[in-house]
Structures are given as structure tokens and as C-alpha cells.
Design a protein around this ligand. Structure first.
Ligand code: IMP
Ligand code: MG
Length: 180
């Protein structure tokens, strides 16, 4: 069954409830893993805007160890469904000696994460791991190691829960496939 939303059909994939359950599990796992290090230095969540903003807001509230929250802006998609092949990264972060967890919405070709990681590793954090709500492994061109994955998804175009198509559909509480 698909739902009509502003003229486009979206086939539901993950309900708000399924996403909520999974995000809480991820929060528990992250809290366990950083229990010790966060006593010395709070975990630094680095949220990749814009797509990860809703995921990060829910994830942060499921994390029970001390953490701080920062944002980095990355855009690789123009207004279409395929990557432009170039990533523009903007940030003003101080990460030296900190334990970083990059929070991303989707890892597709891997280009965005590979570039963000390289840029932040050069600033000498104590550690850096990646957390992505969605992983499309079959679309991967640039290898990335993901420490925490919400859902492994097929190579289709997804929207909702922060994830957009041409800035639309971010506000949907669930995730679905945008039919072309
Ligand atoms: P990558 O650089 O190819 O890994 O693409 C990363 C970014 O492209 C993701 O963080 C998303 O913001 C965007 N993206 C990739 N796949 C989708 C999708 O299915 N829907 C919406 N945005 C996507
Ligand atoms: Mg993104």
C-alpha cells in the first residue's frame, strides 16, 4: 500500500514505532560502549545536517552517558536523486582529545562520510566512530566502517524522519520509499 503525499506516492518501509524501538536500542548500545570513556571526557555527538537532525534528537535522548552535541553541515546531493560526486562540508568544531560519534542519516556511496571523517581525524580526536540510521551497502563506492547501524536498506530512494527529496518530506514521522 502506498500513501499520497503532496502528489507523490510513498511506500511505507519503517513505521515511527519501529524507528523509535531501534533508535532506543542503539542508544543503549552506545551508552554501554562509552560508559567508561564518558566519565573522563563526555561523548561528542557530531550530527550531520540536515538529514540526521530528527534521528539525532531521538538518539541523544536515548543516550544515558554524558554527551555534548555539535553539528556539521554536509551536502552532496543537488536537487536530484543521485549524488553530485562533490561534498561541501561546513563546521566550526573543536574536537581535539574528544571521543567523537558522527551521527548520519544514510550512508549511500560513502563519499560524504569518508570526507567528513578525513577532515575530523586531521583535528586529532581521541577516537572517532560512525553511527548511521540507514545503510545502503549495495550502493557503496567509498568504503566506510559503520560502528552502529539502524537498518540496512535496499538501494532505493528513501524519505521521511529527517531524510528529504529536494527538501521535501523531512517532517514525515516514518520512513518510506519515494516512487519515481
Ligand atoms: P553518500 O555520500 O553517497 O554516502 O550520500 C550521503 C548522503 O546523501 C546521505 O547522508 C543523505 O543525506 C543523501 N542520501 C543518500 N541516499 C538517500 C536517499 O535514499 N534519500 C535521501 N537522501 C539520500
Ligand atoms: Mg546526510
Amino acid at each position: 500500500m502506498s500513501i499520497q503525499h503532496t502528489g507523490s506516492a510513498i511506500t511505507p518501509l519503517y513505521s515511527a514505532e519501529a524507528i523509535g524501538n531501534r533508535v532506543r536500542e542503539m542508544g543503549r548500545e552506545i551508552s554501554r560502549d562509552y560508559a567508561e570513556s564518558s566519565l573522563r571526557s563526555p561523548l561528542q555527538l557530531v550530527v550531520v545536517l540536515k538529514g540526521a537532525f530528527i534521528f539525532a534528537a531521538d538518539l541523544a535522548r536515548s543516550i544515558t552517558v554524558p554527551c555534548t552535541i555539535d553539528f556539521i553541515h554536509a551536502s552532496s546531493y543537488g536537487s536530484g536523486k543521485t549524488s553530485s560526486g562533490k561534498v561541501a562540508i561546513k563546521h566550526n568544531l573543536s574536537v581535539e582529545g574528544r571521543h567523537l560519534l558522527l551521527v548520519e542519516d544514510i550512508i549511500d556511496t560513502g563519499l560524504t562520510m569518508q570526507q567528513i571523517k578525513a577532515e575530523l581525524v586531521a583535528l586529532n580526536p581521541a577516537s572517532l566512530k560512525i553511527c548511521s540510521l540507514l545503510d545502503k551497502p549495495t550502493a557503496r563506492i567509498h568504503p566506510v566502517e559503520i560502528a552502529y547501524t539502524g537498518f540496512v536498506v535496499p538501494d532505493t530512494f528513501l524519505v521521511g524522519y529527517g531524510v528529504d527529496y529536494d527538501e521535501k518530506y523531512r517532517e514525515l514521522p516514518s520512513i518510506g520509499v519515494l516512487n519515481s
